[in-house]
Design a protein around this ligand. Sequence first.
Ligand code: ARG
Length: 457
Amino acid sequence: MKSNDTATTVGKINPDVLAFTEGKDPVLDLALAVSDCIGTAAHVTMLSKMDYQPTLFTEEQRIQVIRALRDIIEEARRGEFTITAADQDVHLAVERRLTERLGDLGKKVHTCRSRNDQVAVDIRLHIREELNAMQIELAELAKALLKVAKVHKNIPLVGRTHLQPAMPSSVGMWASGYAEMLLDDVYLLEAAAKTNNLCPLGSAAGYGVPLPIDRALTAKLLAFDRPHHNVFYASCARGKDEAVLLSACTQVMLSLSRLAEDLILFSMPEFRYFTLPRELCTGSSIMPQKYNPDVLELIRAKAGLVQGYATAANTILKAMPGGYNRDLQDTKELYMEGLRVTRTSLRIMTLMANQLQVNSDMCRAAFAEPGVFATDRALELVASGMPFRDAYHQVRDHLEDLRGMDPDVVIAQKTHLGGTAGLDFDYLDARANEVQENARVAQARVDAAITELLDIE
Ligand code: ARG
């Protein structure tokens, strides 16, 4: 009996059902091809080290498989790896390629594993690399904002609540405030990275295998922190991993969206506190004068999209029973898009911050309306002994007396931590550097482990 003459590696399927069930996997899974080969290399290496008779893989066979996997990785990096409709997904495509090349040896690689733990491990390897890159990009944006903050540290900006003038602020406070917001979002990315960096491999279909596999070894070979302790949970963690990642991405996007909204508003001709770099604006086909902030509007929209992906992932998980269910496949595009959109938005916003022009005259002109000084004056009266509520009423009854107050003087008075004259740039600089350094070290550790795993010379 020939097992490969049917439509697929795992049997004949109605073509409409095949198309429906594989969905976009033949395309989306291309992003997982390298990870799938790396996961397979770790699995086969572990099988070759197993103290088991008959030997599952000899050392010579392990080397043969890894050599073939290395070629597939090269092919994938050149963009030449393909997944056919009959393959269904990357896992069966890699197995087919190995079998074409290695014959019966290729048919052995699926020993003690299932596609469920393959896909789970592939996604984790992919997310790990993407999260490291995202953290570096996010810190780059924080640094660009910190530069805006430092260069324009003492330019007064009308601080707003309800969008109405509230109290004097500064460009330094505004820009470094967004830098801190983004750097705090990194704690969420770090949490997502922590639960992502666990190895499900060996869970197989979700219930383990009756052979003495070494799950700690595969986790170590792939530079995961450790294996999931419970293989049933390891299979349930698929989807949750993606949903947690998307929640963290949502917070990053919400931060970007609010920053985008401020930039759109403050660069309107009616404000003109900022001028957006022309090359980052787009024109109109009919109105010759236009330079529109389309990229910022799109970032605002994409914050909605990423939140939508997170909601979709959470909703797929809700009421899904334990163990693998095909529903999980539909979280794949969500997480991939969430990563792509978040990373692109971070890079675009960095371009914007790097070239942002601050118009100091317009920032100052906005202080002509004196109400913005009212609270500062009330606290001045408090400092000379008046109870606050009396000072409040006195200032409210004589708002015109505030005319002529100097915003430069007022912002120089807030010397407490985080005030306009007490901004802790050193802390934020150090945190941005730390985020980048941590991500680089983490990625270097991963790269070293994978180089060693694939090293057969
Ligand atoms: N493409 C599938 C997915 O993403 C791979 C796992 C298939 N497993 C299964 N039991 N049908 O979920």
